[in-house]
Design a protein around this ligand. Structure first.
Ligand SMILES: Nc1ncnc2c1ncn2[C@@H]1O[C@H](COP(=O)(O)OP(=O)(O)OP(=O)(O)O)[C@@H](O)[C@H]1O
Length: 211
């Protein structure tokens, strides 16, 4: 499916009667990577959750290919277009890495074990496929969640602090995977306190400068 532009139109977010940002408008075109920056509490996670359709905006709209995804029938269709990985790894401790991925992927489209094992190898978890996730380290749990980036085929990735707890080699591999996704026309919106200045073509949105 051909990726389409994502438009934020006068988006605003208020939490606990405090305005985090307002009048946020931008267009993310196919092939673009957007880093959402700002100090702790500035609203980065809130913006990503709004974009993922998990938190209501207090004003404004968001469109994918010209169709609103925050309201009406576009909301469900948007779930098929975006992959959201939050700042907590969201893996179930009692399930193995393979079981977690089978379950998470089945929410959009089931995938077979061979593909899951391949994805786990790509994120450095060969040999850990059958280990219950409560026996994995913090970085390994994060890697289980990130394996979804090798399994699911959504044009838009929304990633909250994807580099947290990941070692240097893992960070470099993930950066390359993000650039490769953008190179194929995909879009990535991410937050990170890790600098991305060394990567070509990453746009930055500083929430401190918005509203
Ligand atoms: N569940 C919640 N209910 C009410 N207010 C919340 C909730 N979660 C976050 N907030 C408030 O919203 C504001 C923005 O939080 P958010 O997590 O979006 O910031 P952030 O920029 O991602 O921060 P950080 O860099 O620390 O991750 C904070 O002041 C926070 O207290």
């Amino acid at each position: 499916m051909k990726p389409l532009p994502v438009e934020l139109d006068e988006l605003a977010c208020e939490r606990d009667q405090r305005e985090l940002f307002a009048s946020l408008s931008l267009t993310l075109k196919p092939g673009e990577v957007l880093q959402v920056a700002g100090p702790n509490g500035s609203g980065k996670t809130s913006l990503l959750r709004i974009m993922a359709g998990l938190l209501p905006a207090s004003a404004g709209d968001m469109r994918y290919g010209g169709e609103s995804v925050l309201r009406g029938s576009g909301r469900l269709a948007w779930r098929q277009q975006r992959l959201y990985i939050g700042h907590a790894p969201a893996v179930k401790g009692a399930l193995t890495a393979e079981e977690n991925l089978a379950w998470l992927c089945a929410l959009s489209r089931p995938v077979d074990s061979d593909r899951i094992w391949e994805a786990l190898a790509k994120v450095g978890l060969r040999g850990f496929e059958d280990v219950p996730c409560h026996n994995l380290s913090a970085g390994q749990k994060r890697r289980v969640a990130l394996a979804r980036l090798y399994l699911e085929h959504h044009p838009v990735w929304i990633l909250d602090e994807p580099f947290t707890a990941i070692d240097k080699a893992g960070v470099a591999a993930l950066e390359q995977h993000i650039l490769a996704h953008a190179g194929e026309g995909g879009m990535v919106v991410l937050t990170t306190h890790h600098g991305l200045d060394h990567l070509p073509g990453v746009r930055c949105l500083d929430l401190e400068q918005v509203g």
